[in-house]
Design a protein around this ligand. Sequence first.
Ligand code: COA
Ligand code: AMP
Length: 629
Amino acid sequence: MAVPAGAYKAAYDASIDDPHDFWRAAASDVTWTRKPTQVLDDSNAPFYRWFPDGELNTCANALDRHVAAGRGDNLALIYDSPVTGTDRTYTYAELLSEVARFAGALKHAGVGKGDRVVIYMPMVPEAVIGMLACARLGAVHSVVFGGFAPAELAARIDDAQPVVVLSASCGIEPSRVVEYKPMLDKALELAAHRPKQCVILQRPQSAAELLQGRDIAWSEFIAAAPEADPVPVASTDPLYVLYTSGTTGKPKGIVRDNGGHAVALLWSMRNVYGIQPGDVYWAASDIGWVVGHSYIVYAPLLLGATTVLYEGKPIGTPDPGAFWRVISQYGVKALFTAPTAFRAIRKEDPDAAYLSKYDISVLRCLFLAGERLDPDTYHWAATKLGIPVVDHWWQTETGWPIAANMMGLEPMPIKAGSPTVPVPGYGVQILRPDGTEAAVGEEGAICIKLPLPPGTLPTLWGDDDRYVAAYLSAFPGYYLTGDSGYFDDDGYLFVMGRTDDVINVAGHRLSTGSMEAVIAAHPAVAECAVIGVADPLKGQVPRGLVVLKAGAEIDADTLQAELVAAVREHIGAVAVFKHVDVVPALPKTRSGKILRKTMRGIADGRDEPLPSTIEDPAVLDRLRPILGR
Ligand code: COA
Ligand code: AMP
């Protein structure tokens, strides 16, 4: 499709100069049960509400309306699972029928509008069916990534207070079967909140024991359920809560509304990703992350495209040709994954020999996000695939891209290391610590002028104060992204990394603060710090530095083994916490703040200047050889 030159600037300017007109036009793509007459309610700033008097049902937009328009036989979802050796497809009509039935069962179990449902499941179609069934009832789902340990699940259960929990007997990792049900049981022992019921999908790889009175098998749960109709909800009602790592151990419940979300995701599919109804679109992520919510489940289905749900890895299931196999088998037009997946493929197959076994000429574009795309990986992917490789930048909080090369609107020349330009709707500015705007090329805090566009977080679940404190207080009138970066002469944005204690391990967002909390609980530990250090495969991995209590008698290897086990048990294997050093002291500022950023820089081999606020430079000097290892 030919895209007009200048279309990006025209759209961007329109979105900033007159967001009302811009988003009113975009909203006409959504089927409303009551059309909104107002686009933006700014009467309670800094809390903004999009399409405040509109009413819709997100599930009906994702399924019913395509069936009603005669597209019921089109493919909605392709499930491809190399780890179980199965694949299955659902047309829109089939998926609608499964979702309506599961919604009927949830309704029968007492789930209604506004009730929460926690979903702790592997990458199986039933997880998607569960999410859409909640949306159908106006219930609020909260999906917890399967790689999280019971304590993390328990914290989310206590915060979300679900009526029902959906889970499965197991997930399947290439090297092992992960028993989910015992982890759910453990989480429910730890949690204060008691859900009324747990619905367990029994998978053939391992059957779970069910607790009478609380647990019910998925098949039994839906056995006699009538189909449920979609329930209209307010545009501003929550569709889901997705917990993400903040700077403290307590995860933040990112709230997503219904109306703004549907409008923004539909707009993004056409304009950012260049996808049309009927195209096959594959986001190789996990439904436990925001990419999975937005671009495995909601956006492709809202548009009427075909989405791929892949239960496998880029390598080892069975080989580094797995992605090429899926693309050629299903005719995938655009692939979205994390750079770490491509680093993994490149490591195993540097010459991309597996690529020649498959015809992937149908693939038009590769989108990468979730962590910084290092230029080496960019060049490798671009050379081997010979198609545009689009780095784009966003966060769980925004739910859709903040900066991208808009393939459907106006593709631009690519600069390695940059996610290109701000997406329409996002007033991106680089601010200095004093709140003034940074010059071109000058690094500063990447902020977004309020209001944020539709689809972004309206607040944190049950915690308006934390929303304001965490995101809106540093620079009044702006949303603080937590990333630093700069604009170049051509207006391209460069995202350099987090300014807080959030790290990205293999595209998984984790908090070093929560790891520190686990480590500090060890009886031999007086003080500790966890920093994210560069890793050639996973982008970053955590590394622990520990000061022992006076008189503690434990050798370093035993301590490391115990701390690694504790982080795995409390947070999960995805933390990939493997390395601990015992150090005599931690470097601090005179006010007692640990100099994590300075240590991270030294560990990454950068020439870190000594901060002027350092209390005792000798402490840092003693650490240099350890950090450099
Ligand atoms: N359930 C249970 N355990 C899980 C899990 C899940 N859903 N996902 C990962 N884990 C476990 C893994 O089995 C592994 O455990 P181990 O220490 O016993 O081996 C551990 O968590 C670390 O997993 P991971 O970081 O995924 O490492 P890996 O070596 O298994 O795989 C990659 C490396 C690069 C192939 C993999 O991380 C990957 O595909 N990354 C892409 C991530 C992505 O798509 N992110 C979404 C943002 S777009
Ligand atoms: P998450 O909420 O898990 O999507 O993680 C969001 C964080 O990941 C951002 O704040 C960035 O630090 C990082 N991130 C995501 N995409 C990119 C990108 N394209 N370039 C650089 N960093 C990215």
